[in-house]
Design a protein around this ligand. Structure first.
Ligand SMILES: NC(=O)c1ccc[n+]([C@@H]2O[C@H](COP(=O)([O-])OP(=O)(O)OC[C@H]3O[C@@H](n4cnc5c(N)ncnc54)[C@H](O)[C@@H]3O)[C@@H](O)[C@H]2O)c1
Length: 316
């Protein structure tokens, strides 16, 4: 494949996107405002490729073949030269997004689509003044994108359908599952769902109903078992013999009652945070955080292998 993708910002997310695109055969030109960060990122990328190879997650390619597709570039102009798509992964600061998008829009070819990894800024907040705003959108991954397939594509009011189509095609070609949003909302979909759950977790611990370990267990040993292959609507559809209407009728009272009690935010930065931190540090001392994050990534690799096998043998 000769198509070229530019990756701007080589931190945690930029590096993971570089792996994802290179594994699919794209030539990836990666750049960073900090040359040391770029060098470190290329080294870390090779380590991740070795882990992926061990789990057979490089599509039967060897590490060097995939690594050779990623080139560090000293400037944004060099990274963008000939790129059909740009994935922006700079720091989550609105002023930086505005500056970087102004630079990218001034340099990128007229047909080049520019997607942002931003976790929370709607594209309208940092692309409104740009001449090429029609080719700008959000392509928000779930960390780390080389192991988690979903990516949210969210247009600004002025984003062309063609830019959404180009991004969808590139993402799907790289093995991603696209969530195509019709219009913008703060936090997009994934973070809105995650934050709704987080607020409930805060309320439960704050109210003294359970420890943070047990609240986590409700997800990791409970709901997540279904959620790793069906979502909340399909769960409801299958949890009553006659489908979603039956489910909403049978459990409607409970859903309404509990929902009414879930409207207030807890003060999660106050004394609750001391409780959460004390409980978490007892379960996991601070000096073990990095090792545990590496363990999480190995578990994600094992899950990716399982999900692929289960989808191939049992259907998706
Ligand atoms: N970390 C996550 O879990 C996660 C998940 C989804 C999306 N995101 C989003 O992805 C983006 C990147 O996050 P991250 O966690 O990789 O951050 P990070 O801090 O690890 O990396 C950001 C990189 O961007 C570089 N940078 C800053 N300004 C730049 C510029 N003007 N030009 C080029 N490079 C520049 C920095 O030097 C750094 O290497 C953010 O918008 C974030 O919200 C993060």
């Amino acid at each position: 494949m000769n198509e070229k993708i530019a990756v701007i910002g080589s931190g945690l997310i930029g590096r993971a996107w570089a792996i994802s695109f290179a594994r699919a055969g794209y030539a990836v030109e990666m750049t960073d405002i900090d040359p040391d960060a770029l060098n470190q990122s290329i080294k870390a990328l090779k380590g991740s490729l070795a882990d992926l190879a061990k789990h057979n997650l490089l599509n039967d390619q060897d590490i060097n073949t995939v690594a050779a597709r990623v080139s560090p570039q000293e400037s944004v102009a060099a990274a963008l030269d000939g790129a059909t798509y740009v994935q922006e992964n700079t720091a989550e600061v609105l002023e930086i997004k505005k500056q970087v998008y102004t630079e990218l829009d001034g340099i990128a070819g007229p047909e080049t689509v520019i997607g942002s990894s931003t976790s929370g800024f709607m594209a309208s907040l940092f692309t409104e003044e740009l001449k090429g705003r029609h080719r700008c959108l959000v392509a928000h991954p779930i960390n780390p994108p080389h192991l988690v397939p979903a990516v949210e594509l969210c247009p600004a009011p002025w984003t062309d359908e063609a830019a959404m189509d180009t991004t969808t095609a590139i993402m799907e070609n790289a093995g991603h599952k696209t969530i195509r949003m019709e219009k913008e909302i703060d936090g997009f979909i994934v973070n809105r769902m995650q934050i709704a759950l987080l607020h409930e977790a805060f309320r439960l611990v704050d109210g003294g109903y359970a420890s943070c370990e047990d609240v986590d267990r409700a997800i990791k040993d409970g709901l997540s078992h279904r959620w790793s292959f069906i979502g909340p609507f399909e769960t409801g559809d299958l949890n009553a013999p006659n489908g979603i209407r039956d489910y909403c009728t049978k459990f409607g009272g409970l859903i309404e009652r509990v929902g009414r009690s879930q409207t207030e935010n807890t003060d999660f930065r106050g004394p609750l945070l001391d409780i959460l931190e004390a409980q978490r540090r007892e379960l996991l001392p601070a000096d073990q955080l990095a090792d545990r994050a590496a363990w999480r990534d190995r578990r994600l690799m094992a899950l990716a292998v399982h999900k692929k096998h289960a989808a191939d043998t049992l259907g998706d």
